[in-house]
Design a protein around this ligand. Sequence first.
Ligand SMILES: [Zn+2]
Length: 834
Amino acid sequence: MFSKGEPCDEHGNTLPEGTPPPPRTTADPEDWSPYEDDIQFKTADFLFRIDEMSQTNINYLLELWAWQSMKHGHTGPFSSYKEIYDMIDASSEGDAPWKCMKTTVPHDLPSTAPSWKKKEYEIWFRDPDVVLSNMLANPDFDGEFDTTPYVEVNANGKRRWSDFMSANFAWRQCGAMYVAGILGSDKTTVSVATGDVEYHPFYLSPGNLHNVARRGHRQGVIPIGFFAIPKSDRKYDSDPEFRKFKRQLFHASISAILSPLKAAMKKPVVRRCPDGHFRRVIYDLGPFIADYPEQVMLTGIVQGWCPRCTSLCNKLDPPSGPRRHDLTETLLEQFSGTQLWDEFGIDEDIVPFTCDFPRADIHELISSDLLHQVIKGTFKDHLVTWVGEYLELEHGRTGADKILDEIDRRIAATPLFPGLRRFKQGRRFKQWTGDDSKALMKVYLPAIVGFVPDEMVMCLGAFLDFCYIARRSDFDETTLNDLDAALARFHLHREIFRTTGVREESGFNLPRQHSLVHFRRNIEDFGALNGICSSITESRHITAVKKPWRRSSRFEALGQMLLTNQRLDKLAATKADFISRKMLPPECPPALRDKDEGEDGEPVDVERVLGNVVLARTRDRSYPRNLQDLATHIGIPSLPELTHYFLADQLSPDEEGYIDVEPTITSPISVFHSAAATFYAPSDPSGIRGMRRERIRSTPSWRGTGKRRDCAFVVEDESKPGFRGMSAVRVLLLFSFTYNDTTYPCALVEWFKKVGRSPDKITGMWNVVPECTRNGERLTTVIHLDSVLRAAHLIPVFGRQYLPPHFSHTWSLDVFEAFYVNKYADHHANEICF
Ligand SMILES: [Zn+2]
C-alpha cells in the first residue's frame, strides 16, 4: 500500500527514501527550442503576453528592427507576427489543445419546431487531465502546493483550517496523492456596440494549490471549457421545454468535458508534481464555485430553495438535513413531478452531472460564496436596501432622500486611510461591483448611527463581524465559534426589519442570506473560503475572456480567444521551464507593496521583520535642520522640550520622567512625510508570506487637498488583548535625529483616550476622544516608531447633526469631539481592534 503523496518513479514504483526528483528534461541548458535563442523567446513573450501588441504594430516594429539589423548585416528576431505566433504554437510546453463538440439536431424534427431546436450548439473544451497534468507539473507552484492532506494543530492545540488540503473534504479521501479539481463556472459578458455578447467559461484548479497561489497566479485557475449559450426567440424564454433543454445541455456538457478524469478517479495514475517528483495521483471532483442561479441549475432544484439542505423554501432558516443524491432518488420514486417541484423543490428533469462520477454529490460540492452570498447578496442587495426602505417607511420618500444624502455626505467625510476608497458621490453608484460593496462595508456603520434604530445598527454590526470572520484565510475552533456567534446575533437583530415593517410580510426566506448557515460546514470541508470564491473566477474572466476578446477581430471571436488563451498558457509554461533549467532568472515574487496608495510612494527599505515601522527612505528637504527652527516652522513651540523628554526617557527608561542632566541634541533633524508599516495580514491583499505594507502619512500637502496627518495604533501593553493594550494617536510629524551614534526614528503625536472600558454597545467599536492635559491642551508627546503598530482609522461620531455644506473629509479629525476606532477598515484592523 502506498502512503499518501509518496514520490515514485514514472512507472509508479516507490522510490527509496531521499531519492532526488528526476531531471525534468535532458535538454541542453543552451537549448531554447522551439525558439532559436533567448532573444527570440523574450521577444515573443514580450510582444504577445506582456504588451499584447496588435499584429499591425508587431509587424511595424519588426520592420524597424530588420532595417536596423541590416545595417550590420544581421536580421531581426522574427520577420512577422505570424512567425511569432507559429513559434509559440510549435512549443509543446503547456500544450492543451481546444476541441469542439456539437449537439445534434434530430433529423425527424417537424418544420414547425421552434428555432432553438433546429440549431447545433458548440461546446469548446480541452482535456481536463491534460490541463491538470500541466498544472501539477508546473515548477512555479513548488512550495505553494500540498501533496498530502493534513490536519494542522496550532500552538494552543487547536485545529486549523486554511488551504484546501488542510480541510476535512481532502482528509476524508485516502490512497494516493489526492487531487480534487476545484470547478467554477460563471457567465460573463463583453459589451459591443451591437449588444452584449455572453460567454460561459468553465474553470478548473487543483485543490492542492495554496489559496494564495490560486488567487494570485494566472496559471492557478485554467479555463477548460466554454459552454454553449442557447438563445431563443423571446416567446420561448419561459417555455419549460426550452428551460429543460438548456439545463440538460449544461449538465451533459460538464459531464462530457470531465469524463477523461473518470478512470483516474478509481485507479491512480502517475503524474509529475511541482517539486519535480512523480507521484501516484487519484483524481476527484472538488468544490464547485457558482452564484445562486448557477447553483440552482447545477443542483437541479427549484428557484428559491436551498441547494445544500432540505429546508422548505418558505422556511429556510434554520437549516434542515442535507440534500443528497440518494435522497432525491428515493423521492423521485415516490412522488409525482408536480409534488417534487412544489413540496421538495426538485426539478425532476435534471440529473446532475455528478451522478456520472464516483463519490461525487453536487449538493456537497456546492461551495459557499463570499462574493455573491455575503458581499453582493446579504450586504448590498438586502441590508443596505432595507435600510433605505426603512427610512422611506419612517420619513416618506422626500425625508428618506434627505437622510440618504446625509449618509452619503458622512461617508464622504470619512478621513483617509491606506486602502480606503474615496466615495466622492457617496453610495449611489450606477453599477455596483463587489469592490464597491467591500469598500462601503468599511465605512457604512458609523454613517447610519442616529438615523436608524440602534438594533438596526447592531444587526449591521453583527453581519459585518460575520463577514469579516468568514473572509479570513485561517480558522480554528475559536474563529468558527465566533462565526456562529456573529450569525446568531445577526439572526436575532435582523428581526428589527420585521418589526419595523420592512420585511413584515416577506420575511427572510432569501436563499443567498440563508446560505450563511452553511458557511461553517463549508470552511471545515474546503478550508478558507477566500481560496474558493467566485471573485477568483470573476477576475480570471479578465485574462481568459475579456482581454483575449479585445484582441480578436470580434467576428466569431471564440475560436480566436481560445487560441490566445492557449498561446498565453504555452508562453507561461515555456518560461517556467526555462526558469527551472536556470536559463532565465526566477520571476521576482510580488514585492510588498502598498498598491492601494498608487505609484506616488518613494521606495522604502523593507526589513523582513514581523510588524515594524520604518521611515521613508528620503527626508523632505524643505524643513529646517535644527530643533528650534523646526519647532517654529511647524508651529509647535514645545517640540524641542518634548524631544528632549523623549531622549531622556530612551536613555534611562527606568527613571520615569526624571532627568538628571538634560541631553542635548546637536545632530541635524530629518523630517519625513511618511513611514512604512509592515505587518502580518494574510487575510488582506498582501505580498509574499502574507506580509502587508502600508504607509502612514504626515504631510502638509496631500494631492492638493491640504494636510494629511494619519492616525496610528500605539502598543502600550502587549499582555492586554486587542485595543485594551493600545492607544490611538495622530501623527503630527515624522522625524529622526542622532545622539551618541544612535539614530532615533520618532513621531510627534497627539493622543486619544478610550471612552469606557469596552467597545460601544451599539456599534461594537471602541470610542475615543482627544486626550487633554490638566490645563486643557491636547496631550502631545514624542514617541519612538518602535511603539507604532500600524495606521489606525478613526471615523467621527457624527451625532444627530447634519454636516454643513461643502464639509471636507480633511477637517474631520480636527473638528469632531469623538471618534470610532474603525474595526472594519481591513481584516487586520478587525483582528486587532476588539
Ligand atoms: Zn440550506
